[in-house]
Design a protein around this ligand. Structure first.
Ligand SMILES: NC(=O)c1ccc[n+]([C@@H]2O[C@H](COP(=O)([O-])OP(=O)(O)OC[C@H]3O[C@@H](n4cnc5c(N)ncnc54)[C@H](O)[C@@H]3O)[C@@H](O)[C@H]2O)c1
Length: 281
């Protein structure tokens, strides 16, 4: 679907990624900004965060204290989620049932079969879209193209310990000194997303595109000398093989999030809103 009039965006989650995305929307953000779009409403569970972002935006963008307010705001066509897996599990279906398309960053939530099925059904029933940007890696298009020919997909994510801090899967390591590269987790994507909910959305997106969460293998490594948030993806199969390596600069305000993920979200939103060819999708 291509919109002819400016797409009204309702933002769910106004933290590091949401704020940057909102500031990139509309003519006020300059020629590099996302055109044919406007910020229509903001919601964050932390009202102060939403209010602070509203104060930085042009015009009078209303803030809401719950998702029903966001959905009933004037002119919301597309909800952009930059919040958490929990937010998608709680609100994904009602957003789609309200007839809004949903661009979501917390892709790990879709590895839960009930969440995936419910949202897919709701999107189809209401004629709206679910968009999952490539996030902190690229090559999702290639994985998608060969998904029926894949034998193996592995992803190794290496981050500084502070970027893993707070994750349930890092709890045993919080007070231990990590001097060099240390494997914190090795196993299936389905298990990784629960243990590292804010860190392995990349693994979730890769498994959704390729072999699925039971057969996509994930390794999480803590390394104090890691040059950034590093993701290495290897795929093999009857098509041949490919490898990608991304050395991402962590986002300035949230080291768990890669700067590339923010840029990918902006690009996905641009592709949804603006006219013109869609390259690489
Ligand atoms: N797909 C990817 O490759 C990728 C990459 C990086 C981050 N992410 C995910 O994107 C999301 C946003 O990242 P960020 O760096 O902006 O995080 P952040 O912590 O900086 O901001 C998240 C904001 O969402 C709000 N929030 C969380 N749960 C909420 C809920 N249930 N209802 C309303 N508000 C809620 C928080 O109060 C916070 O202000 C995270 O889930 C993160 O894991 C995905």
């Amino acid at each position: 679907m291509r919109a002819s009039s400016p797409v009204g965006i309702g933002l769910l989650g106004c933290g590091a990624m949401g704020a940057e995305l909102a500031l990139a929307v509309g003519p006020a953000s300059g020629p590099e900004g996302i055109q044919n779009a406007r910020m229509a409403a903001l919601f964050d569970q932390d009202c102060g965060v939403a209010g602070a972002l509203a104060a930085q935006l042009q015009g009078d963008v209303p803030t809401f204290a719950d998702v029903s307010g966001l959905l009933s705001a004037d002119g919301v066509d597309l909800v952009v989620e930059c919040a958490s897996q929990a937010a998608i599990k709680a609100h994904g279906r009602s957003i789609l049932d309200a007839g809004k398309s949903l661009l979501l960053m917390s892709s790990g939530a879709l590895l839960d079969p009930d969440t995936y099925r419910g949202m897919d059904e709701a999107a189809r029933a209401n004629g709206v879209e679910i968009l999952v940007p490539s996030g902190a890696v690229g090559g999702i298009d290639a994985l998608r193209a060969v998904r029926n020919l894949l034998d193996s997909v592995t992803i190794v994510s290496t981050k500084k310990p502070e970027a893993l801090s707070g994750a349930p899967g890092f709890a045993d390591w919080e007070d231990r000194k990590i001097d060099g590269p240390t494997v914190i987790f090795e196993g299936k994507a389905i298990d990784a997303v629960g243990l590292f909910p804010a860190n392995v959305n990349v693994a979730a997106t890769i498994s959704l595109a390729g072999l699925g969460p039971q057969r996509t293998m994930v390794k999480v490594v803590a390394d104090p000398d890691s040059p950034g948030n590093v993701h290495e993806v290897d795929a093999t199969g009857a098509f041949g093989e490919f490898s990608f390596r991304f050395v991402n600069r962590p986002h300035a305000t949230n080291p768990k999030t890669s700067y590339l993920a923010v840029l990918a979200a902006i690009e996905a939103l641009r592709s949804f809103c603006e006219p013109g060819p869609r390259i690489g999708t």
